[in-house]
Write a protein that binds this ligand. Structure first.
Ligand code: GLA
Length: 339
């Protein structure tokens, strides 16, 4: 059996339990680094800024950089001996409108947008050089609908598909040591997976410095299937990339389930969730040679973006620690296993 004691709050902690496997990370913000401080320090050895390193937070107006929040998160990581993942440089969401506008208010031209992209990446990656060991360079450029490859966005529409390669080149130049990721959701869906692989393969063929695939891992009790997750990990790893689960949460609701009004998860949900965590982590441990980190998109059930998404105001309980930061049965299933 595992080395953690059941009567203590996970004793040595989850990250210590996984030291021979992969890092255990959590997404944080300025509230949770206080409200979840002890839990984070005990169980996680890596953090990602949930929002504070996104374009709109770091450069809300052209040339006006606001690094205070991101700096505090970087300092929190240093203070606790945690690794820091940078998230995220080029994305169609949470990017201010000015980025895509020219001086005349019209759509920005190619040269202008490209120089803004490069300038932003250079400044941001440069600032956290040696502190953020990895970056999600490009986020979510693959279209979910099956007959389209790349998602329409101002980045794609103005720059054409080469902006993806340029973003990676630029990040690599700014910090040649940083591990550079492409990051996406629905990453285990076979159709989307193959489109992602097509993108990553084309980047590798052009010698673009891409080093890892970030599988976001916004999963639920029923999907994706273990077979799909396995095939996705194998597909991405077959390109010679390292793999991380970058935003793991296991919602107790299926995406289509729009029920409201539950004040606590049902016993059945808890049971299914712990079985699911058990099965998922068994699978992830099998791939410890290619998986370098598993980051949860939060740390405990008192705070999760899923409390509002996709149903506004609805509570969700996606993690392995409960609202009081106590380990759930899901925690014991992933912390305590037969070798
Ligand atoms: C995507 C992004 C994350 C976050 C989630 C929702 O997965 O990569 O930064 O915004 O959506 O919380």
């Amino acid at each position: 059996m595992g080395t953690v004691e059941r009567n203590e709050t996970g004793a040595a902690g989850l990250a210590a339990r996984y030291q021979d496997y992969f890092d255990i990370g959590a997404a944080v913000n300025l509230t949770t680094i206080k409200s979840q401080r002890d839990l984070l320090a005990q169980h996680y050895n890596s953090i990602t800024a949930e929002n504070d390193m996104k374009f709109e937070r770091l450069q809300p107006e052209e040339g006006h950089y606001t690094f205070e929040a991101a700096d505090r998160i970087a300092a929190f990581a240093e203070e606790h001996g945690m690794k820091l993942r940078g998230h995220t440089l080029v994305w169609h969401n949470q990017t201010p409108e000015w980025v895509f506008k020219g001086k005349d208010g019209q759509t920005a031209g190619r040269e202008l947008l490209l120089s803004r992209m490069k300038f932003h990446i250079d400044r941001v990656v440069g600032r956290y050089k040696g502190r953020a060991y990895a970056w999600d360079v490009v986020n979510e450029v693959i279209e979910d609908k099956s007959d389209i490859w790349l998602r329409s966005s101002p980045w794609l529409d103005i720059l054409g598909e080469d902006f993806i390669a340029e973003a990676f080149r630029c990040a690599h130049e700014a910090d040649p040591e940083a591990v550079l990721f492409y990051n996406d959701y629905n990453e285990s869906d076979p159709v989307k997976r193959d489109k992602i692989i097509r993108l990553l393969r084309s980047l590798k063929e052009k010698d673009v410095p891409v080093h890892g695939m970030g599988m976001q891992g916004h999963w639920n009790l029923n999907g994706p299937s273990l077979e799909e997750i396995r095939a996705a990990i194998e597909g991405y790893a077959s390109l010679g990339l390292q793999v991380q689960i970058t935003e793991l949460d296991i919602s107790v609701f299926d995406f289509e389930d729009r029920r409201t009004g539950l004040v606590r998860p049902t016993a059945e949900m808890e049971e299914k969730q712990s079985e699911r965590y058990d099965a998922v982590f068994r699978l992830l441990r099998e791939y410890k040679d290619v998986i370098t980190a598993v980051t949860f998109w939060g740390a405990a059930d008192d705070y999760t973006w899923l409390n509002d998404f996709p149903v506004r105001g609805r509570k969700n309980w996606p993690f392995v620690f409960d609202e009081k930061h106590e380990p759930k049965s899901s925690f014991w299933r992933i912390a305590d296993w037969e070798e």
